[in-house]
Design a binder for this molecule. Sequence first.
Ligand SMILES: [Zn+2]
Length: 334
Amino acid sequence: MKEYHKNDFDGNLVYGGKTYHGLTGRIDVITDVNESDEFEKHNISDKDLETLKQCPMCNGEEINEFIRKKRLKVYRCNSCDFGFLNPRVKKESSFKLYDQSSRYESLYLNETSNKLDKIKFQYVFQLVKRFISPQSVLDIGSSSGIFLNTCAEEGVQIIHGIEADTSQIKRSPFYQKNFHIETSMDLDLSKKYNNLELVTMFDVLEHIIDFKKTLTEIHLSLAKQGIFAIIVPNFYSLASRIIRDKSPTFNIEHTNYFSMKNLIPLLETLGFEIVHKETVISEISNIKNYLEFNDPYFAEPKNEQWTNFLTPEWIHENLLGSRLFVIARKKQKD
Ligand SMILES: [Zn+2]
C-alpha cells in the first residue's frame, strides 16, 4: 500500500483553500456557524444551559472568558489551558443539538471530502500499524464509515462502530454487511466491549461533556497493550489563534477545547502511555488570507512574499496545526 504524508489529505494544500471550501460545501457550513444564532437555531433556552464555576479538566477555579462569538462564550482555565463552552448545553439537553438533520450532512456524501478522508484514514492506519496489527477495532462516532472500511481493507477481522446518525449508516457506501454498528450513543463501553486491540475517536471528544468518563471506558474496553488513536481540534492551532471568533471551530456543539498541554497528561493519568503525537491540517490558506486582510475561508491567498516562512512543516513542528493527533497504548499493569 502507498505510504501517505499528512499533506496529502490537507485540503488547503491539495486544492488551495477557496477551491477546497467550495468543493466540499464547507462554505455553507462556515457561513451557517458564523452568521446564525446557534442558541435560537437549536431552540436552546436558559433551562437547557449550565454555567460552570470550575474547569472541567482540572477543577481549577481561575477561569476567564476567552473567546466570544455572538452569545457563545468560550472560557479558558488559567492553570491547564483547557477551553470550554460556558454556559454549555447540559448533557440531558444535548440531543437538541443533533436532532435536526446535521449541518454536516452535505459533507458526509461529498466526493472531495470522502477522497481526502480516505487518505487521512489510510495515514492514520499506517501510523497505528507501527504499534499494533489490530484484529479488532471500535470506531466511536464512525460517521460515514470510511475508517472502518479502511480497517476492513487492511485485514482487520472484527469491526465495530458507534454512530447515532442512522441516515449516514444507510446512505454511505462505506459500511459493509459484516460491520457491527451500534446506533445508540451510550458510551458505557466496558459493559459491551473488552479486549479490543484498537479504539479510535475522530473529531468526537470535543462534543462529549463527560469526556473523562468516556476515556476511562475506552481504557477498560481495550486489551493489554491495546491502542487508542484520537483526533480532536487543537484549541491553540495557529489558525484559531489568528482567526479567533471567526473560526468555525468555536460553535455550540464543541463543548471542549483541548491542547497537547492538557490532553497528554489526562491520557497518562488514565493509564495510557503516549506513543505518538503530532498535529495535522495546516489551514495555511486560511491563515494567509486573514493576514492579507481577506476573508480567511472564501479567498485565495496572494502568497505575499513575507509570508513564505509559514510552511506546513513549520506549523506542525510547533504543534500549531488544526487537529491534535495522538496515539496512546494501554499501559500494562503488573
Ligand atoms: Zn483547568
